[in-house]
Write a new protein. Structure first.
Length: 149
């Protein structure tokens, strides 16, 4: 079975309200075949510090309806990864979405790297602020500015 890179992310929100506004963007990625959603967990750290895993049935109807549009069968992988360890830094009175997805767009690249004995030794996400600062600097240099090399 060919599998692309599998990643996870933890997105935190102030308070206990996750409006579901990210759901259409996730759904679009799924529909276009960019990702396959493997697992999703919604978490709340109560003001007293206790951790609560929210089932979709606990969400308000409009949020539940938004999440129900995702064409995904959840694997339970997050439970195996120990949600409490992943959310240790979640402050009291806040919430988080934990997502595990497969980068289906990269399946061919992953297979090519594996078949040539390539080994991924590091992967990072460049912070948005750093990307924007670099793009602003390029814009300030104007047309014809040379890139690295």
């Amino acid at each position: 079975m060919e599998v692309g890179p599998v990643e996870y992310a933890i997105v935190t929100f102030p308070g206990s309200e996750m409006s579901g506004v990210m759901v259409p963007a996730i759904g679009d990625l799924i529909k276009r075949g960019v990702i396959r959603l493997i697992d999703l967990a919604l978490i709340e750290r109560r003001p007293d510090g206790t951790l609560r895993i929210l089932g979709l049935e606990t969400l308000p109807p409009e949020e539940r309806a938004a999440y129900a549009t995702l064409d995904a069968r959840f694997s339970g992988m997050l439970r195996a990864m120990d949600i409490s360890d992943l959310t240790d830094a979640l402050p009291a009175g806040s919430s988080a979405a934990l997502m595990v997805w497969e980068d289906t767009w990269a399946m061919g690249l992953s297979e090519a790297l594996r078949s040539s004995n390539g080994v991924l030794v590091d992967r990072q996400t460049v912070p948005h602020e750093l990307v924007m600062a670099a793009l602003d600097a390029l814009d300030a240099e104007g047309p014809g500015a040379e890139g690295p090399g």
